[in-house]
Write a protein that binds this ligand. Structure first.
Ligand code: FES
Length: 163
């Protein structure tokens, strides 16, 4: 492990991250299969995955940066820009859109005083769109951190931000 950490290509990652990613790689025959988990590990420690971290992870996995970037782009819960402590994903797929997703987005952004994709001034929140969360019969829906908020009403901000 120390040898790995000393290799300059991984210096964008902490020893803990390298250790956790290496352990994850051990679960797969094909190291590429550990891509998403490796990115999640970085995100768990930093909230987002910077370019230097992406390069370091790709080198650790032994895959191209472009390949890993493709994975990160496809998986929309990997953040490639800094985000707040809590990320609020409002669903903007068709059913939620028909049931008021734009109202939810507008209320959230106004209440938190942020533009879509930006971090609130206190570093607490980021609002992002997401594709169908699989709860269309409860539209409109939002994913707040790892909690699904269903049947959002005109009082969406209170329903989303209450602890
Ligand atoms: S369209 Fe929003 S949960 Fe399916």
């Amino acid at each position: 492990m120390d040898e790995l950490i000393e290799k300059s290509g991984f210096e964008g990652l902490s020893p803990t991250e390298i250790q956790e990613i290496t352990a994850e790689m051990g679960h797969y025959e094909d190291k590429t299969a550990a891509s998403i988990e490796a990115l999640k590990i970085v995100q768990k420690h930093r909230r987002w995955v910077s370019d230097p971290c992406l390069v370091a992870v790709s080198e650790l996995l032994g895959i191209s940066t472009a390949q890993l970037e493709g994975v990160a782009t496809f998986y929309n819960l990997i953040y490639r820009q800094p985000v707040g402590k809590t990320v609020i994903h409002y669903c903007n797929s068709v059913t939620c859109w028909m049931m008021g997703a734009e109202r939810v987005r507008e209320q959230l952004c106004r209440h938190l005083n942020v533009k879509l994709g930006e971090m609130s001034a206190d570093g607490e929140y980021t609002v992002l769109p997401i594709v169908c969360l699989g709860a269309c019969d409860h539209a409109p829906v939002a994913l707040v951190g790892d909690q699904l908020k269903l049947d959002l009403t005109d009082n969406a901000v209170n329903e989303i931000l209450k602890r």
